[in-house]
Design a protein around this ligand. Structure first.
Ligand SMILES: N[C@@H](CCC(=O)N[C@@H](CS)C(=O)NCC(=O)O)C(=O)O
Length: 204
């Protein structure tokens, strides 16, 4: 049995989507970031980093989204968590790009105050917006060539991209120049797996 510690709207959404895709037997544990649940001693005992997601497994706690996704790929090899023909080096390279470049920019854009910047919060947001545009240009080129990140089926990198768009749309980011990224988002949104995942997340 797996338990995912998650907060509505946070990057834990990516892991929920892929747990649903794997048809895994799992439960969600709500860690409400807005209420500060992630800073409590109880949660820090689970994940000392004080972040979601954290996946509780029979063999220990897994933190960091790419690690959770690679765990799911290893345990559900036929679920399409990553394409069967992709080599691990390429998958890790792509997941690391989302986790180390894309995600921090989203934090800077949506919550610049979290960085402890007290003076020019607007400037932090503007720089993040310009770097996010360069990240979406990379995604746009990729999605112009094929509907999903690795071709004709969606997998973990698509769920990652979907979450970035979902998060930034709520924050008012301008996607008008990213036709293929928005098309990808709409296609993902129409997937029954994603619909199920979002409903479960909403109930947290
Ligand atoms: N590197 C981590 C990042 C996790 C992360 O930053 N999660 C955010 C939610 S999207 C969080 O828990 N933020 C709480 C905080 O920083 O106070 C991953 O890829 O899973």
């Amino acid at each position: 049995m797996l338990t995912l510690c998650a907060s509505s709207g946070a990057c834990s959404q990516i892991s929920i989507i892929m747990l649903e895709k794997a048809q895994a037997n799992y439960a969600l544990r709500a860690v409400h970031l807005a209420k500060g649940d992630h800073k409590t001693a109880e949660y820090l005992a689970v994940n000392p980093k004080g972040k979601v997601p954290a996946l509780l497994t029979d063999t220990g706690v897994i933190t960091e989204t790419p690690a959770i996704l690679l765990f799911l790929h290893a345990h559900y090899p036929d679920a399409g968590i990553l394409p069967a023909d992709i080599n691990n080096v390429e998958a890790v390279s792509d997941l690391a790009w989302f986790a180390s470049f894309f995600h921090p920019l989203i934090t800077r854009y949506c919550k610049p105050d979290l960085l402890g910047v007290t003076t020019d919060v607007g400037a932090v947001k503007d720089v993040a917006a310009s770097q996010l545009k360069s990240a979406y240009q990379t995604a746009e080129k990729r999605l112009k060539a094929s509907p999903y990140w690795y071709g004709y089926d969606w997998s973990a990198t698509d769920a990652y991209l979907f979450w970035t768009v979902n998060r930034l749309k709520r924050a008012g980011f301008d996607f008008s120049e990213f036709e293929y990224v928005i098309q990808h988002y709409q296609q993902m949104l129409a997937s029954p797996v994603i619909k199920r995942a979002l409903l479960k997340e909403k109930a947290l």
